[in-house]
Design a protein. Structure first.
Length: 230
């Protein structure tokens, strides 16, 4: 087949969709309100957390460890329940590792980058890895102030994180509201926590209500990337 020359018409609609769009969950964004991503980590496997996520009636992206043999099964269940899934990347970070992670979770919309300390220090290696990630079509979620990732329309930064120390309901809701405030300022941000943290899921349900009195609303990761490209 000849290459397209200057006078050849190329049908761009035939190009494959990026992963973040192809495998995105359906989401009806409230008109006129900014959005922020809510990502819950389902690792290690927790039967109660899995059951809670399968019945969760709120927008969320579920991050799974691709090295977990049971992760593909759980990912399929979450997608059937209407949620989208993402890859929880672990060290070492190499082009081969990224390919293996994508094979383990082929329907992932995003790649949750490991903490900055796990990222290669060599600039040339980082550049190759960034190229691999860009070509993957995955949205990139950056945490812990990792500055190796340039700002782009497919990069979302974790603004707040809910961990085991967040045992107070008011504190958990406050983290949602701080993330919402950042989103209302135009930033592409996410809130990251664990599925086993029951207070986080309760807060998500509360803040996902259409009448919630906050400046922005929770959304899947793919919706935040789509909004940044508009």
């Amino acid at each position: 087949m000849p290459l397209a020359g200057p006078e050849t018409s190329v049908d761009r609609s035939a190009e494959p969709l990026p992963a973040w769009r192809q495998f995105a969950a359906a989401f009806d964004a409230p008109e006129g309100r900014p959005i922020y991503a809510v990502i819950v980590i389902d690792a290690p496997a927790d039967p109660q957390a899995e059951a809670d996520l399968l019945t969760l009636a709120a927008p969320v992206t579920v991050a799974l460890d691709p090295s977990d043999p049971d992760a593909p099964r759980r990912a399929g269940g979450y997608r059937s329940a209407g949620h989208e899934v993402a890859i929880l990347a672990t060290a070492p970070i190499t082009t081969g590792a990224i390919s293996n992670q994508r094979r383990a979770l082929p329907y992932a919309v995003g790649w949750i980058a490991p903490p900055a300390a796990s990222w290669p220090a060599d600039p040339a290696t980082r550049e190759r890895l960034l190229g691999t990630l860009e070509a993957s079509g995955l949205a990139i979620v950056v945490r812990d102030g990792n500055t190796s990732f340039p700002e782009s329309e497919t990069t979302v930064r974790v603004f707040e994180q809910i961990d085991a120390a967040s045992a107070d309901r008011a504190a958990v809701l406050s983290r949602f509201d701080l993330t919402a405030k950042a989103a209302s300022g135009g930033a592409s941000v996410a809130l990251l926590g664990r599925a086993a943290h029951s207070l986080m899921l309760e807060a998500l349900m509360q803040r996902a209500g259409r009448t919630a009195g906050t400046s922005a609303t929770p959304a899947p990761l793919s919706a935040v990337v789509a909004a940044a490209r508009r």
